[in-house]
Design a protein around this ligand. Structure first.
Ligand SMILES: NC(=O)c1ccc[n+]([C@@H]2O[C@H](COP(=O)([O-])OP(=O)(O)OC[C@H]3O[C@@H](n4cnc5c(N)ncnc54)[C@H](O)[C@@H]3O)[C@@H](O)[C@H]2O)c1
Length: 485
């Protein structure tokens, strides 16, 4: 199965022994860069985080002829061991279980690391994995903040392994063709991409002091996040709605649509301006992130994205609840949650063209690894970084905001026709959900200006805003500096 040379094997066995003895340093050592993956060898895959999305990784990689799932890693031992048994039954033979991802990094018998942990681990785990010479499939968003994502991009450039971002629409034939159509002027000039994340999200229950399940190593779980006590009732998944580990629905479901929107308008940096308004409305709970959030992004050349997140009951927008609507001078294009269909319409709503066909994003990654050719990737990490960072920017404006009346928000956005239309619909939607915006007002963030290439805020609020673009990490889990990635 393995393409390991004898020298490589001996070298790497030492790493394994050191790791087993608990000698592992905070930063894993680099495995040999000798080629281990010949065309006839199977890739040995380890999956990090196997509660929810990690199950799709398991299925995707077991399902690929060129892969063996050889290890699972999860600081929740019950989750980890349950999945280990499932993989052993499905695939046949024993596989390894790691509670601590550093063991995975130090294991020479692992070629590929896939990451389906909570968001706050994505960049650091990617950095460690590429430093250890491993190829990586990293879930979206690829970062929890802007700067750590950039550091991971630098690490990938330095170490040269192959790293895919898990925004799977990039492998959809329908989306690939629709983007070509948009870029070739199929609906004239695209003036606006409207991202939609209309997904009902219930309350996550009251804020309080809750016990971390005994089967979880909470230090490993938190990693680079702050060492905060558990304040949400449900341990798994609901981290999405607390800033320490999550990025709200904009950085959860929304990042998929943000990526499609940015791809469609061909924006290759973080743009020039962002402003956000919204709130966590309709219930009070342990969550901190907005469940209603409108972010308006301006890029050079008049290109824009307006991203609407709605967590309460809602109708669709032009047939889409989760989707992107590209508005052009000669029509519009609608991408919905149906991954393998995209439709173009003329300005009167008549169908101009239909794009059909899906694709397998895991297989695309495996093909690129086997060919040792990162240019084959449908979504290199660097692309995922830009789309993830846009989500973070929207959240930063929100987090710097202050509560304002609807009239004040309308007035602030009155000169912008697209924004004025959006707030009209947003307020109607909230009223339909019996949200009283006098009692629980929305928050309006500042208009933040940016140097999109440098990935830094500019202007009078730059210090406050840039402070949100990085978190250095904690203890053994620090994000390496650009020089040390
Ligand atoms: N591409 C997609 O369509 C898609 C769909 C769902 C989720 N996701 C992404 O997948 C990720 C996981 O989401 P989820 O819904 O499965 O969350 P989850 O909370 O259900 O599961 C996360 C798991 O990761 C484990 N974990 C935490 N720290 C870890 C570490 N250091 N090493 C290994 N495991 C660790 C947790 O114990 C938990 O079992 C998120 O980033 C999410 O955005 C992507």
């Amino acid at each position: 199965m393995s393409g390991l040379s004898r020298r490589n094997f001996l070298e790497n066995s030492m790493f394994a022994i050191a790791a087993a003895a608990g000698v592992g340093a905070a930063q894993p050592r680099r495995a040999s860069s000798d080629e281990r993956v010949g065309p006839n060898d199977k890739l040995r895959v380890a999956i990090l985080g196997v509660n929810g999305r990690g199950q799709s990784h398991i299925g995707g990689f077991i399902g690929n002829t060129y892969c063996d799932v050889v290890a699972l890693c999860d600081p929740d031992e019950i989750v980890g061991m349950t999945r280990v048994k499932q993989v052993e039954e499905k695939q046949g033979g024993k596989i390894k279980y790691f509670r601590d991802l550093r063991g995975v990094m130090e294991d020479p018998n692992i070629d590929v690391v896939t990451i389906a942990t909570p968001n706050h681990w994505h960049s650091l785990a990617t950095i460690w994995a590429v430093q250890a010479g491993k190829h990586v499939y990293c879930e979206k968003p690829v970062s929890h903040n802007v700067e750590e994502g950039r550091r991971a991009v630098q690490a990938i450039e330095k170490h040269g392994t192959i790293v895919q971002c898990g925004t799977q629409s990039r492998s959809s034939k329908a989306h690939q063709e629709a983007v070509q159509f948009l870029r070739s002027g199929g609906i004239g000039d695209v003036t606006l991409a409207r991202g939609l994340c209309y997904k009902r999200r219930p309350s996550i229950g009251p804020r309080g002091n809750y016990d971390v399940p005994a089967n979880v190593d909470y230090n490993i779980y938190l990693g680079p996040a702050a060492a905060e006590p558990l304040t949400r009732p449900r341990f798994h998944y609901d981290w999405h709605w607390q800033w320490n580990c999550g990025n709200g629905d904009l950085g959860n479901q929304g990042i998929h649509q943000m990526d499609i929107a940015r791809w469609g308008i061909d924006a290759d940096d973080l743009g020039e301006r962002v402003v956000t308004y919204g709130g966590r409305l309709g219930y009070e709970d342990a969550g901190e992130t907005a469940n209603t959030e409108i972010s308006i992004y301006d890029f050079s050349g008049g290109r824009r994205i307006i991203f609407e997140t709605r967590g309460l009951e809602t109708d669709d927008y032009r047939g889409a609840k989760i989707g992107v609507v590209f508005h052009g001078t000669k029509g519009y294009v609608v991408s919905t949650s149906d991954y393998s269909n995209v439709t173009a319409f003329d300005p009167d709503g008549n169908v101009l063209k239909k794009f059909e066909g899906g694709g397998n994003h895991f297989d695309n990654f495996v093909d690129a690894v086997r060919a040792k050719d990162a240019s084959l990737l449908n979504c290199p990490f660097a692309e995922g970084h830009l789309s993830s960072a846009l989500c973070h920017l929207g959240n930063i404006s929100y987090r710097l905001g202050e509560q304002r009346s609807v009239a004040e928000i309308r007035e602030a956005l009155a000169k912008d026709a697209d924004a004025a239309e959006t707030i009209g619909r947003t307020v109607d939607h909230l009223k339909a959900n019996q949200v009283n915006l006098d009692q629980t007002p929305m928050t309006l963030g500042p208009v933040l200006t940016l140097n999109g290439r440098e990935e830094k805020f500019t202007g009078s609020l730059s210090d406050q805003a840039n402070a949100f673009t990085f978190r250095e990490g904690r203890g053994d889990f620090k994000i390496p500096s650009a020089a040390n990635v």
